[in-house]
Design a protein around this ligand. Structure first.
Ligand code: GDP
Ligand code: MG
Length: 136
């Protein structure tokens, strides 16, 4: 019944000192962190992670931002972990994200919305393989 999702605390979240807040929300919810790493992405890894957005007008900006400093990559596990973390994160546009969610509480700009969470089991498997190739 348990599933895994890839969570990123993006460079804006790390710069702003939100690592503890995000981890605390994950743990309070009852989800389990089963892998974690602080690293700065190279452009190649960033493009692979966001491949579905390659044709979007904001792709260049997205890659630039996600490689702009260290991020925290985590594998998070639990029942319906994918949906559970997306609910904690809130809507992509942080102005539309409900107060009480990570994005709703901490962000204003769609390009700097603190966290990433996989959106489906297929995405989770693909993304976990990019960030933790030998672990799962
Ligand atoms: P998510 O799954 O909620 O993270 O959203 P998406 O998969 O649709 O987009 C990936 C990330 O691209 C989002 O988290 C945003 O940070 C960024 N993004 C999405 N739309 C825009 C946009 O219109 N402009 C910019 N600059 N970034 C965007
Ligand atoms: Mg997405």
């Amino acid at each position: 019944m348990s599933e895994r999702t890839l969570v990123l605390i993006k460079p804006d979240g790390v710069r702003r000192g939100l690592i503890g807040d995000v981890i605390s929300r994950i743990e309070r919810k009852g989800l389990k962190i089963v892998a974690m790493d602080l690293r700065t992405l190279d452009a190649e890894t960033a493009k692979a992670h966001y491949a579905e957005h390659a044709e979007k007008p904001f792709f260049g900006e997205l890659v630039e931002f996600i490689t702009s400093g260290p991020l925290v990559a985590m594998v998070v596990e639990g029942p319906r972990a994918i949906q559970a973390f997306r609910a904690l994160a809130g809507a992509t546009d942080p102005v539309k994200a409900a107060p009480g969610t990570i994005r709703g509480d901490h962000a204003l700009e769609i390009g700097e919305n603190v966290v990433h969470g996989s959106d489906s089991p297929e995405s989770a498997a693909r993304e976990i393989k990019i960030f933790f190739p030998d672990r799962f």
